[in-house]
Design a protein around this ligand. Structure first.
Ligand code: AMP
Ligand code: AMP
Length: 351
């Protein structure tokens, strides 16, 4: 358990608990999935963002706060009083920050230890290397750029602020014009291929790794730039950017599946070695680019539910093969939580 181990309720009745999350990202899916498993749900919304959580009846209760900064001890005490289990997602981590998440005393689904391995680029790279994954080359400094690279500023949210450059001069041209103040960035080899996000679920209760679904992203302007002629792109000086707008479902070539299962297994195994204890569990995603030679390059690990699972609220072609009910990643988490509560194994799924 982490530094802020919660006191766990002794109850083995899932009805004594409530599944809670922040209203954004994949909250609709998470809350619906919990309801489908017969659990109560709570959505914590920022003022002005409640509408979807009222319009779609997935939250049994809504707590509104003025801003994420207003997430305070009082709110946390309230969550503890209600036996709330918080499910983190991308926006949760982005708004709360790692330090606050680590200190949280309310019950938190997932490993907290893995957060530092995922958020620190060099640690994440060690994790991926040890797992034997194919990785894009990393450039130590802009002067080394000798082919197309993608530049990622630290904390760039949802792909906003990424750009592509081919030479050191091009790099400085964009950097000095658009991001003169920012010096915390990573430079990665640009892999030519199709982006593919692999959605995994590893259950500490069943000990099984599942592939739930796949998506590709709908990014602005990377996904629209091809709608105008190359010469018009040049005249308009359009730089490719990767702001996430939505997600599109994908079904992969079936012969790629064995390798993908294998990749997931290794990431889990190494996570246990590097952070000790439980390692990574629950939903996670390998963010990849697949080349024309069918090489799968991984550029990032996301150690929680990704929003690319949202098209599959009614289940995916893959979960349809395994479950006799529509199984989303949100529902899969709720099922694991429910089983853990019933078996008195709550500790195994909390961080
Ligand atoms: P939001 O709550 O939509 O402002 O998103 C906060 C953060 O969550 C973003 O900066 C992204 O990193 C991530 N995020 C939100 N929606 C998506 C999505 N559909 N796909 C991938 N990442 C997302
Ligand atoms: P991210 O926000 O890290 O998930 O990345 C946003 C987008 O940048 C991805 O969907 C890809 O289109 C693109 N991308 C990231 N890294 C690479 C890379 N090394 N090579 C090619 N494209 C990349």
């Amino acid at each position: 358990m982490s530094e802020s181990s919660p006191i766990l309720p002794a109850s083995t009745d899932p009805k004594d608990f409530v599944i809670a999350t922040l209203g954004s990202h994949s909250a609709l899916q998470i809350l619906k999935g919990a309801q489908d498993e017969g659990m109560r749900t709570l959505c914590i919304c920022r003022k002005g963002a409640e509408r979807p959580y009222k319009s779609y009846p997935v939250a049994d209760e809504i707590i509104t706060i003025d801003s994420w900064d207003k997430w305070d001890e009082k709110l946390e005490e309230e969550l503890i009083r209600r036996n709330a289990i918080i499910i983190p997602h991308g926006s949760f981590i982005a708004y709360m920050g790692h330090d606050r998440v680590k200190k949280m005393k309310a019950m938190y689904y997932g490993t907290k230890e893995i957060l530092e391995w995922e958020s620190d680029r060099s640690k994440e790279r060690i994790w991926m290397e040890k797992s034997g994954l194919k990785l894009p080359r990393v450039y130590a400094k802009p002067e080394d750029i000798d082919k197309s690279v993608i530049v990622k500023f630290h904390g760039a949210g949802g792909g906003f602020g990424y750009f592509v450059a081919k030479t050191p001069e091009q790099f400085y041209e964009v950097k000095n014009r658009k991001y003169p103040e920012q010096n915390d960035f990573a430079i990665q080899e640009y892999i030519v291929g199709v982006p593919l996000y692999i959605h995994y679920f590893y259950s500490p209760i069943t000990g099984e790794l599942e592939i739930m679904s796949f998506d590709k992203r709908y990014e602005s302007n990377a996904d629209s730039i091809g709608r105008i002629k190359a010469e018009d792109q040049l005249v308009a000086k359009i730089h490719t950017s990767y702001t996430i707008v939505g997600n599109i479902p994908v079904v992969v070539r079936e012969s790629l599946l064995p390798e993908m299962f294998d990749m997931g297994d290794k990431v889990i195994k190494v996570s246990k070695e590097i952070c000790g204890g439980k390692g990574l569990f629950g939903p996670f995603c390998l963010e990849t680019i697949v080349t024309r030679k069918l090489e799968i390059f991984v550029f990032e690990i996301s150690a929680r539910i990704v929003a690319g699972t949202n098209p599959f609220i009614e289940g995916s072609p893959y979960t349809a093969l395994k479950y006799d009910v529509p199984m989303s990643t949100g529902r899969r988490m709720a099922r694991d939580i429910k089983e853990a509560i019933e078996k008195g194994r709550l500790e195994d799924i909390l961080g």
